[in-house]
Design a protein around this ligand. Structure first.
Ligand code: DX5
Ligand code: ZN
Length: 216
């Protein structure tokens, strides 16, 4: 299982230094939490920061769009060349069109579902997705408590993937730590987003190694 650090909790730090620390820790995925203060009651950054970060790192950019108007802004995010573009099904007017635009530009498409959104909402799109992001907290803030009920969605997504031969990766986001990461792995996660737990830890490199070595 891979770790995708979320920089939400270190936006006040020197991001060049954060990138270096994460690359020294052999991190492969970088989770970028875009928030517009409309879809979620918080604001972070937009496509300008994503565009700035892309040439600075070899890490795979996993951009999480917590925005109210992905249909209108997806072209701007495609221009950033972010490796993964993940939009929320709850905000999309025409998910199929957004997915098509992302794939037509040879980027990987992902859809995220909030805690109250069932897997059935995204079932029609699963065959086209490269990644599904299951929120294990209400989106908007780091440092929240992991919602264990969300593990059922991961188990269902894993079952559907095996039954129908889908290709998406399964990612969980929110409240992941050394304990909840074991549950996520057991349920079938391929990637976990970790923010607070990782950046509060004594040794980032050790913590990444510990989380990625969970074998269950
Ligand atoms: C919340 C974000 C998460 C969050 C994870 O809306 O999508 O990526 O930053 O933070 P932690 O790991 O602190 O729960
Ligand atoms: Zn996120």
């Amino acid at each position: 299982m891979k770790v995708a650090p979320s920089i939400l909790s270190v936006l006040d730090q020197d991001l060049d230094q954060v990138l270096k620390t994460l690359e020294d820790a052999n991190v492969e995925y970088l989770h970028l939490d875009v928030m517009d203060n409309v879809f979620v009651p918080n604001i972070t950054f937009d496509y300008n920061l994503v565009k700035e970060l892309k040439p600075k790192t070899k890490m795979i950019l996993d951009t999480h769009l917590m925005i109210a108007n992905p249909d209108e802004l997806i072209d701007e995010y495609i221009k950033t060349k972010s490796d993964y573009l993940c939009f929320h099904i709850e905000a999309a007017k025409n998910p199929k069109e957004i997915i098509k635009k992302i794939k037509d530009n040879n980027l990987k498409c992902a859809v995220s579902i909030k805690p109250k959104t069932p897997v059935s909402e995204i079932e029609p799109y699963l065959q086209d997705l490269d990644l599904v992001l299951v929120m294990s907290v209400e989106p908007g803030f780091g440092g929240q408590k992991f919602m264990v009920d969300m593990l059922e969605k991961v188990k269902l997504l894993k079952k559907l993937k095996e039954e129908k031969n889908y290709n998406y990766l399964i990612e969980m986001d929110g409240g992941l730590n050394n304990n909840t990461a074991v549950l996520a792995k057991e349920a079938g996660c391929d990637i976990i987003v970790v923010g607070t737990f990782l950046f509060n830890s004594e040794n980032i490199k050790e913590t990444v190694k510990e989380l990625e070595s969970i074998w269950k």
